[in-house]
Design a protein around this ligand. Structure first.
Ligand SMILES: [Zn+2]
Length: 115
């Protein structure tokens, strides 16, 4: 599953950083992710995969908080920034597809709580 691989990569990255921290992190309690609405990531699958990915890691039993980043695009026809809620959606103002996505395709760790 795509989302499980995403979670495994994130946890691997977090663990590497946690082990290098001074003093070393003993436990990751909460992970905040920001996920773009246009990133093609299934949130339910992320929530399902997270506990599997964190098993036997520093983040075992950690809470997962997800913040959604809205999708935005610059419409070349309107010359305006518009909200786009799907990659298949037209510009909400002019109904055309002549736009460039400017926000909402990323996935990042925005914060972690550790002890
Ligand atoms: Zn437009």
């Amino acid at each position: 599953m795509h989302e499980l691989n995403i979670c495994l990569s994130l946890i691997r990255l977090l663990e590497q950083n946690a082990l290098q921290a001074t003093p070393p992190v003993q436990r990751i309690k909460t992970v905040w992710l920001e996920i773009g609405q246009l990133a093609g990531i299934d949130l339910e699958a992320i929530r399902f995969s997270f506990p599997i990915a964190t098993a036997n890691t520093l983040a075992e039993d950690a809470a997962l908080e997800i913040k959604i980043e809205a999708g935005k695009a610059f419409c070349h026809h309107c010359q305006k920034d518009v909200i786009i809620d799907s990659l298949l959606a037209p510009c909400v103002i002019c109904g055309q597809y002549d736009y460039t996505i400017t926000q909402g395709k990323s996935l990042r760790i925005i914060n972690i709580e550790v002890i």
